[in-house]
Design a binder for this molecule. Structure first.
Ligand SMILES: [Zn+2]
Length: 173
């Protein structure tokens, strides 16, 4: 998936990495980060394949699935469950594609920082475009999707909500 980089002052060890940089910012809403958990965060793709196209990323800078420890894996998968549930409620898709593109040959545009795609699908979708296509096929108001998913997350029992401009906190409790 194509990612449009933004000019933002970077800090940390991986200042070159957009997926490390985004969660260190102080504007989750502006950065399309809709939820945060202990080990992972949920980002709306700003070049969505479909409305509701979300990505779940570890804070840890790694391109290798193998390097995530058990706590991170559990958090990752429980967050995926929660995000799928919220998208089902908010957008009523007919199905989903969920998965990782790992490595350039696997279609990843950012190869050194894992990101799980959660893509809602509708029966009316154009079904034959590869998910790695660089062109967004849907004219999508990401801000509107952000609002709808945020509302769903706020209502979910396994979340806490703080400031309106901060991402919803996923507690899994
Ligand atoms: Zn990174």
């Amino acid at each position: 998936m194509q990612w449009v980089t933004r000019d933002r002052p970077a800090d940390g060890d991986n200042a070159e990495c957009i997926f490390c940089r985004l969660p260190t910012g102080d504007d989750d809403r502006g950065n399309n980060i809709v939820a945060r958990s202990e080990h992972v965060y949920v980002l709306l793709n700003n070049m969505p394949y479909n409305p509701g196209h979300a990505m779940i990323l570890p804070y840890e800078h790694t391109g290798r699935f193998y390097t995530l420890d058990e706590d991170a894996l559990v958090d990752y998968m429980k967050t995926a469950q929660l995000v799928i549930d919220v998208i089902e409620e908010a957008l009523s898709p007919n199905g989903f594609n969920v998965g990782f593109n790992i490595g350039a040959a696997g279609g990843a545009s950012v190869t050194d920082h894992l990101h799980m795609h959660i893509i809602p699908r509708w029966e009316s979708d154009t079904s034959f475009l590869p998910l790695t296509a660089n062109t967004a096929i849907v004219e999508e108001a990401v801000d509107e999707t952000y609002e709808r998913l945020r509302e769903g997350l706020v209502d979910h029992p396994q979340t806490d909500t703080r400031d309106e401009n901060e991402a919803v906190e996923i507690t899994h409790e």
